[in-house]
Design a protein around this ligand. Sequence first.
Ligand SMILES: Cc1ncc(COP(=O)(O)O)c(C=O)c1O
Length: 389
Amino acid sequence: MQYHFDQIVDRSANHSAKYDERKKKFGTENVIPLWVADMDFKTAQPIIDALTARAQEGIWGYTSRPDSYFEAIRAWQMRRNGWSIDPALMSFSLGVVQSIGAVIKLFTPEGGNVLIQTPVYSEFYEMTEAANRRVLENRLVERNGKWTVDFEDFEEKLRQADLFLLCSPHNPLGIVWTPEELRRMAELCMKYHVALFSDEIHSDLIFHGKKHTPMASLSPGIAGYVITGISGTKTFNLAGLQASTVVFPNRHTKKVFDSFWQRMDIQRNNAFSLTAMEAAFTHGEEWLEQLLPYISGNFDFVVDYCERHIPKIKTYAPDATYLMWLDCRGLGLNNGELHDFMIQKAGLGLNDGCSFGRSLSGYMRLNAACPRSVLEKAMGQLEAAVNAL
Ligand SMILES: Cc1ncc(COP(=O)(O)O)c(C=O)c1O
């Protein structure tokens, strides 16, 4: 089947946070929403068909999870990433962020320290602080537009850390970590007895011939150490269904996690997430293979547009995710001014770079998972606003 990602899908009656929460987030509805990480594309037809059939059943009572559910996820990881997961070590979780929240509470002491590599997905800060733990920052270092890990600082910070939250691949920088980098991070965590959670939610959105390496696939020793969060919600644009998977290093860790959620009776999929995820991981590949080049084309469009028409804003095509990191330092605005400029002058709803790295100034994040014509309009508005500065 041929998909048409150029098609504009009207989300005005979709109860979409990305659209409906513009007023709350930006103070106005008059911005093109290129912020929260979901896509403006319809999902794969087999998922729509499976959910339609489920809706037609007319009964959505308490839902049991057949073995085929985790089997579909296991087979997907094996096929796409060569990662062999023991289904006995998989658990359901509402979301990767919920898993992070639970891991922080369960595997670090009250007042403990959580190491993150900034700039990084803002919930890494927020979940840590919400649990009364302290954030330790291993700041990623930018050299000629390429971001890398300062391993000396990483090791130094690990001496005080209780947990390391890894974002792999990395949001917002779009880095696909190499096996060598991952191994080095894991081995250092093991050396200093620091728990390790690998957030791999973006692992199906990979470009430029790169390959995602699941942290747990590196060696049996690392598989026996790391907790991994995976999900189909980013890949197939299903975030509103709230379902993800956690892969544990051993039965004991799984039991600690599962009992935490059981105490709140959170253990079942809802009727629709069950159907959607199984359909996605079984029949969604054709759609994904058409989506990836479209998104890659969007990246190239934005990069080319900035180079030609807005040279004060520097960006690059990320190797992963559908999120672009804009270096707006050339505009000479502080964070508050940049925030207001994007909303009021450019009419764009972006994420502030300083929400991902609190010490940073002059960056924004743009969600490029929308029809190209939306990006064309957005870039035109941005160019006009920059020219008028
Ligand atoms: C790195 C990362 N982790 C987790 C999430 C959200 O996960 P969930 O919706 O499963 O809680 C996002 C969403 O943007 C993300 O970028």
